[in-house]
Each structure stands twice: as C-alpha cells, then as structure tokens.
Design a protein. Structure first.
Length: 407
C-alpha cells in the first residue's frame, strides 16, 4: 500500500495505518488520525508523542463531558478512541531506559479503555488471571448475560501491542459472532512490563496453561471449544504454547512466525551457527559497532531494538538480538502441534516475510494457510488496514473448524 502520510518514514506510516485500521471497530476516526499526523514532524519521536497525546487528551475530555451529561454511547465511543490515541502517544518512548512519559500515556490508555468497557452491555470485565505469584491483566467479553457456555477465543498481542488494542483486532468481532473472548497481556507485554517488571519468556506454554486453567473456571466458556489466537510476535508465541498445551481446539497465528532468530542473524556474515556464537559471545565489538550504525540509519531498526531491549529486559542491542534466538518453533516444536491451525500471511509483511510459509510447511496437524494481499487492502503486517475482511475470514474458518472437528 502506498504511504499516504510520512512518505520517507515507513515506521511512522505503519503506525498511522495501524490507528486508521482501528476505525473499523471504533478505535479511531479518520479526520482525527489525519489531522494529528499532519502536525507531527516526520521521524521525530517527541513530536509524535506530543501530538498524539494532545489528541488523546482532547478526545478523552470530550468523552468525560458526555459521560457526565448522561450521554453514555457518546462517552463510550470517545473513551475507545482516546484509549487508542494514548497507546499511539507512548509507542516510540520505549528506549532503554524507558522515557518516563510512557507510563502516563499507557495508564491513561488503560483507564480510558476501562471507562469504555464499563459502558458496554454486557460490560467488558477487567480480570486478573493467576500467574505464578502474581496476576496477568485481561478482559472477559461475554456474548450475553445468560452464562451459557460458548465457544471461546483466547487472544493476545505480540511484541508491542496491548490487550486493550485487541478489542479492535478480534475481541469485539468475536462477541458479534456469539463467542466468549478472553484477552490478556502476558510477560513482556505492556501491562506486566509496565507495572510488574515481567519480561518476555520463550516457553509460552507456561503462560497459556494458567490462562486456560482460568478460562475453564468461567461458566461462559465451553471447555471443549477453546481456541487461541496470537498476533504479530504472538504468531510464534501462540504456536509454541499449542505445541505443549493440548487442551486447545484450534490455533490461529496472525501472522505465522517460525523462527525469530532468522531476524537476528540475517545481516551477520557466515552461517547460522557462527552468527549465533557471535551474538552470544562475551565480547563482539565489531558487531556492536555495526548494530549502532544500523540504528543510526534505519528508523525501524532503531525502534525495534530499543523496544526489544525494554521488553526482553536486556541492556544492549546485541543482547536483544541474542534473545530472539530462543523464540523458535524449530527442532521439532512445530510438529508437536495437534489442533487444527490457521496460519495467516501478509503478502507485503516487512517484518517476517516468508515465515508463515515456513511454519505452515512444518505443521503436521490439520492446517490452513490464508494469504491476504495488497489488492485487498490487507497485505500489510497483521493485515493492518483490512480488519473487517481479515476478521471475517478468520472467524469463518474458526466457525467451520469448531463445527467440523466436533469439538
């Protein structure tokens, strides 16, 4: 898709398209996105934060005014949009160490979302999912108030997205189709990273197992029809969990990722084994210098490495790249997945191009590869810009799969 805004900065354009994409389920308005973007200095993180924060503050204030006057639908809509705009405001602040402004914008994003959630019927309920010695934050979506067990989709985001953002990326769409939906943030994702200092872990089955345990206690959940969807980096995390957690009736990877280590080693000379040794070495000054040069010239790499150090809990670009080596479905892990699996693929994905096909090829379970194209308006990473089309196809697959398997 042509960059309609920020023509010289792919990362700024993608994040703008991401907000536009959330228009489909109430997370933005086109004019608000465009007018905010026009005020932003291209490539300037401070400008990005300032202008998105200003828009979020204005929209949330108007929503609060509507709520105070008893206009609950207007308030709900405004709080939803404000939540997404606050999320955008803090997006580029995750350097190492983090910019102190990010906690304020993140907390405002969550607060606005919860204000909107309380105005739905049924209400979208904030939940705390027991996990080790703490809880993981999430939301329970009910299709109605009967308490009837329904097919259930557990959803989580990826490298940088929030649980709240999943409202626009499948949670509300599931409710429209009669599903119970449970959304959560796991270790390394925004809620646990901001407030519990939990960083990512590759053995994601140890995250999903307690989430399923929690789901099975809910009367609205049909325990025989629980599916799992992972978005973006969740496209490797969710399949990893499904390889070892066999209570799942279906798995959806949006988009599929086979091996994050391929991202780490692709610009390092030599074979994979040599590259891994260099990444994990006690000292590799030439590689450290090369990474610093890449960060200085590549805006996307600079953001990804800075954010990566934050969510992985490491101190150097090389340590972040080394951490990616542990996030793989190689070594026979993908082959352990037993449930029917949908692997989504974005034809113009700039982050993990080719990896959905790799994952699909390694699966031995019932499997489907679903490709989204630029001509459909859904060819970008995670089909940003094509949410209605994307979610229609995903849920149609899930409806059919849960029926056909007799789960």
């Amino acid at each position: 898709m042509k960059q309609l805004l920020f023509p010289n900065n792919t990362q700024f354009w993608y994040e703008t398209l991401r907000s536009m994409s959330h228009i489909a389920y109430g997370g933005a308005d086109f004019g608000e996105v465009v007018s905010t973007s026009e005020r932003i200095v291209e490539g300037d993180y401070d400008s990005w934060h300032k202008e998105w924060l200003a828009t979020a503050d204005r929209v949330s204030a108007e929503a609060q005014k509507a709520l105070d006057a008893g206009h609950t639908i207007s308030a709900r809509d405004g709080f939803l949009r404000a939540s997404n705009y606050y999320r955008s405001a803090e997006f580029f602040l995750h350097g190492h160490p983090c910019d102190p402004r990010h906690d304020h914008a993140y907390d405002r994003s969550v607060a606005c979302f919860r204000s909107a959630a309380a105005l739905y019927t049924p209400v979208i309920e904030p939940v705390g999912i027991p996990y080790e010695d703490t809880t993981l934050p999430g939301y329970l979506y009910r299709a109605d108030t009967t308490g009837e067990p329904r097919p259930t989709l557990i959803m989580h985001n990826g490298f940088d997205g929030t649980a709240e953002e999943m409202h626009f990326f499948g949670a509300l769409a599931g409710v429209e189709r009669g599903y119970t939906v449970l959304v959560f943030d796991g270790p390394g994702q925004p809620g646990p990273r901001h407030h519990q200092d939990l960083v990512f872990r590759p053995d994601w089955e140890n995250v999903i197992t307690p989430v399923i345990d929690f789901a099975e206690t809910l009367p609205e959940v049909d325990n025989s029809r629980i599916a799992l969807l992972g978005c973006s980096m969740g496209g490797v995390l969710a399949p990893r969990a499904a390889a070892f957690e066999h209570r799942l009736a279906a798995l959806i990877a949006v988009d599929g990722v086979y091996d994050l280590g391929q991202v780490s080693v692709r610009n390092i000379p030599g074979d994979r084994e040599a590259a891994e040794r260099l990444l994990r070495a006690d000292s590799a000054p030439e590689l450290d210098d090369a990474m610093e040069r890449i960060m200085a010239t590549d805006a996307t790499a600079r953001w990804a490495i800075n954010h990566g150090m934050y969510v992985m809990g490491v101190d150097t670009p090389r340590a972040f790249s080394a951490s990616y080596l542990d996030y793989t479905l190689g070594g026979g892990i993908a082959e352990k997945i037993q449930c029917p699996t949908l692997v989504c693929d974005a034809a113009e994905d700039e982050f993990f191009k080719g990896q959905p096909e790799q994952l699909y090829d390694h699966l031995t379970c019932p499997k489907t590869l679903m490709v989204f194209t630029a001509e459909e308006g859904a060819g970008a990473h995670c089909h940003t810009g094509g949410m209605r089309l994307c979610l229609a196809r995903i849920y149609d697959w899930l409806d059919t799969t849960l029926t056909t398997t007799g789960a």
